[in-house]
Design a binder for this molecule. Structure first.
Ligand SMILES: CC(C)(COP(=O)(O)OP(=O)(O)OC[C@H]1O[C@@H](n2cnc3c(N)ncnc32)[C@H](O)[C@@H]1OP(=O)(O)O)[C@@H](O)C(=O)NCCC(=O)NCCS
Length: 381
């Protein structure tokens, strides 16, 4: 049976997500050694060397370690895995070793010394950043890839924390905390405060934190898309493409300003598209909002020349998947009573007719209210 609590004795700390990271040793609530991993140009961080050095510095052998804590990412793909591989190998060799993982957002919030709720920006490839939102308890409640676009990031509510490497992201300076401490030192400090509960035997199950798809390409989970198409997260720079599908799909299209507002980074907004692999052309999109355990689908539209190919269904299923992942219990939408293709699509995907909104649309047409109840997840034992 696993036991929880601050590990006494020597705890090895490994952090490679915010590369190059490094290793540190925490003993009885104090950081006694820390070494950066260093990195030759084009080489991966050498966490093995950093680990050996901190053990030497502290005069502790691997066999004398009582615990290991690793950064779970997201961040550097390789750095995260090197840290986790070492932690797991140690745990396999020493089944009783206590272990814990700490995700990058939590690490940055602790390093910045601010109280959640907060937004955290983490580098994600060359053009994007990962925007994670932590609730008052410090738990990550949402995370999404967004463009590294100052305008898109400027209006975030609350404090935004970002690593110093994001110098080209100009969020509101008065609400931005830049963390420029080496990540392994920040993680070691967090471990030294006792804020990271270590669990005996947990090291073998440490897994990297995936919050966003690599290259923003999502494998269609709920429905198979035809070859040559893929689901993408939409960002503000996709506005022109979205406007063009919207105009081809509706007689009374939303204005670019209204659509742009839905593409702005916001924890409660979901904007998905389907693009052609070869041409990059956007052929469909879907917008939804989520708040208070409910999701509202605002629009699903497929370009007329790509209809009846399962694209709308794939988008609706992806939205329902997202809803389940966010513990949403009910998904609602309004649709024109005359829009039989859309009503058929939604009914086939599990929506039922729950009401009517008379004269809801500007031209006087009624809206049909449809709802899809999602199975409640069983409570954790
Ligand atoms: C409604 C809409 C999004 C459907 O997109 P799509 O990519 O063509 O949908 P799919 O190919 O995934 O169709 C899935 C199912 O929906 C139903 N459906 C879709 N179009 C239909 C049509 N013209 N007539 C009847 N049923 C239809 C069918 O049950 C279909 O399954 P099937 O092809 O196996 O019979 C598309 O017609 C559209 O963009 N319309 C204009 C915008 C709109 O009205 N959006 C909805 C309101 S927000």
């Amino acid at each position: 049976m696993a036991t929880r609590g601050q590990a006494s004795g020597a705890v090895l700390v490994l952090e490679g997500a915010l590369a190059p990271g490094g290793a540190a040793l925490v003993r009885d609530g104090a950081v006694v050694a820390a070494r950066g991993a260093g990195r030759a140009p084009g080489r991966q961080p050498d966490l093995f060397v950093a680990m050996r050095r901190v053990l030497d510095d502290a005069g502790v052998s691997v066999g004398a370690l009582s615990g290991v804590v690793a950064g779970l990412g997201p961040g550097s793909f390789t750095g995260t895995r090197v840290a986790l591989s070492i932690a797991r190998a140690l745990s396999v060799a020493r089944p009783g070793l206590s272990a814990a993982g700490v995700d990058t957002a939590r690490l940055l919030v602790a390093a910045a010394g601010v109280e959640p709720p907060v937004h955290v920006l983490i580098p994600w490839g060359r053009r994007r950043v990962l925007l994670a939102t932590l609730d008052a308890e410090g738990a990550v409640v949402s995370a999404r890839c967004v463009a590294r676009d100052p305008a898109a990031l400027r209006d975030l509510a609350g404090v935004t924390i970002r690593p110093a490497v994001l110098d080209d992201v100009a969020t509101s300076p008065e609400r931005t905390v830049v963390v420029d401490r080496p990540s392994h030192e920040a993680l070691a400090d967090l471990v030294a405060t006792g804020a990271v509960p270590l669990v005996a035997g947990a090291g073998r199950t440490l897994a990297p934190a995936y919050w966003a798809p690599s290259d923003a390409v999502l494998p269609p989970r709920g429905a198979r898309l035809a070859d040559g198409l893929h689901v993408v997260e939409l960002a503000p720079e996709d506005l022109d493409d979205v406007v063009s599908v919207e105009r081809a799909s509706f007689d009374d299209p939303w204005s670019p300003a209204m659509l742009g507002a839905e593409l702005a980074p916001d924890a409660g907004r979901i904007a998905l598209g389907v693009r052609e692999h070869d041409t990059g052309r956007l052929v469909a999109f879907a917008l939804a909002r989520e708040a208070g355990g409910e999701m509202n689908i605002l629009v699903v539209a497929t370009h007329p020349d790509r209809r009846r190919q399962g694209i709308g269904r794939a988008l609706v299923r992806e939205l329902l998947d997202r809803a389940r992942a966010r513990q949403v219990e009910r998904v609602d939408l309004e649709v024109r009573v005359s829009n039989l293709p859309a009503i058929a699509l939604y009914e086939r995907e599990g929506f039922t007719r729950v009401g009517l909104r008379p004269r809801y649309y500007r031209d006087g047409e009624d809206a049909l209210l449809m709802s899809c109840l999602l199975a409640r997840r069983p409570a954790a034992p």
